[in-house]
Write a protein that binds this ligand. Structure first.
Ligand code: HEC
Length: 225
C-alpha cells in the first residue's frame, strides 16, 4: 500500500514538474509527453479495465489546471478563476430547489464512512451504500471524534446566523445555497481543495447534499446545540 502511495505521489510529482519544462524547448516537450504516457501506462496496469471505473483515470479540465501548481498559493488568479468558473457551471440543485431537507437523513450520510463510493454505478445502489465520511476531515457534533484536515463545523448554522426566526427568509436561503454549493462541488468555493467534490463526481445526489446542508445549518440539528 505504502509503495503504491509512493508511486502515485511520484507520478503526481512528475506531472507537476513536467509542465513548466514543456514551455522551454521542443525536445523537452516530447520528453515530458513520453514520461506522462509512461506514467499513465504504469498507473493503468494496476487498474481495472471495467469502463465503469476507467473514466476515473481521466482528469477533467479543472483537475488538469490544479495539477499544474504545487499549491493554491502558487496559482495565478486567472487559473483560480477558471477552476471556480468550471465548478460553478457544474452545480445541480434538487427538484424542489433550495429549501430545507431532512437533517436526520443528512446526519446518516455525514456519519457513514463509506465516503465517495459510487452509489449510482448500478450494481450497488442501496441507500446505505453512500456516505460522506465527513468526520474523516471535520469535527462536527460536540464530543464526537473527527479529523482536523478541514475546519471545525460545530455550530456551523450559528456561524451563518441561521435562526428559527429567519430560517425561511430569502436572505437565509441564499446562505443555505452557498453552503450547498460548497458540499456539492467544493471547488466552486475552494478551488483545488482536498475536500471531495461529492455532487460533481456522482457520489452524492442533490437531495443527499440538501439533507447534509440541513444537518449542518438547521437550528434543530444536534450540530447547532
Ligand atoms: C478529505 C477531507 C475532507 C472530507 C472527507 C470532507 N471535507 Fe469538508 N473541507 C475539507 C477542507 C480541507 C476544507 C477547507 C477548504 C479549503 O480551504 O480547501 C473543507 C471545507 C468544508 C466546509 C466549509 C467550511 C467553512 O469554512 O465555511 C464545509 C461546510 C464542509 N467542508 C463540509 C463537509 C461535509 C458536510 C463533508 C462530508 C459530506 C466534508 N466536508 C468532507 C476537507 C474535507
Amino acid at each position: 500500500m505504502k509503495r503504491i502511495a509512493l508511486t502515485v505521489s511520484a507520478i503526481l510529482l512528475l506531472f507537476a514538474t513536467a509542465e513548466p519544462k514543456q514551455k522551454k524547448a521542443q525536445p523537452k516537450k516530447q520528453e515530458a509527453t513520453s514520461v506522462q504516457q509512461e506514467a499513465m501506462k504504469v498507473l493503468m496496469s494496476g487498474f481495472s479495465t471495467d469502463p465503469r471505473f476507467t473514466w476515473k483515470t481521466q482528469q477533467d479540465e479543472a483537475q488538469r489546471i490544479c495539477s499544474q501548481y504545487p499549491s493554491m498559493e502558487a496559482m495565478p488568479a486567472q487559473a483560480i478563476q477558471k477552476v471556480i468558473q468550471l465548478s460553478q457551471a457544474d452545480l445541480r440543485y434538487p427538484q424542489w430547489g433550495i429549501f430545507w431537507g431532512d437533517w436526520r437523513e443528512g446526519k446518516k450520510i455525514v456519519e457513514n464512512p463509506r465516503g465517495g463510493r459510487f452509489a449510482s454505478y448500478g450494481f450497488s445502489d442501496s441507500p446505505t451504500d453512500k456516505g460522506g465520511n465527513c468526520y474523516a476531515c471535520h469535527l462536527i457534533e460536540k464530543g464526537m471524534p473527527g479529523g482536523t484536515m478541514g475546519p471545525n463545523l460545530y455550530q456551523y448554522g450559528k456561524r451563518w446566523n441561521i435562526t428559527k426566526e429567519n430560517m425561511n427568509t430569502q436572505e437565509a436561503l441564499e446562505r443555505v445555497k452557498a453552503v450547498y454549493n460548497i458540499i456539492y462541488n467544493s471547488w466552486s468555493a475552494f478551488p483545488c481543495s482536498s475536500m471531495p467534490r461529492f455532487g460533481h463526481n456522482g457520489a452524492l445526489s442533490p437531495e443527499d447534499v440538501m439533507n447534509i446542508v440541513t444537518y449542518l445549518l438547521h437550528p434543530d440539528s444536534p450540530v447547532n446545540k
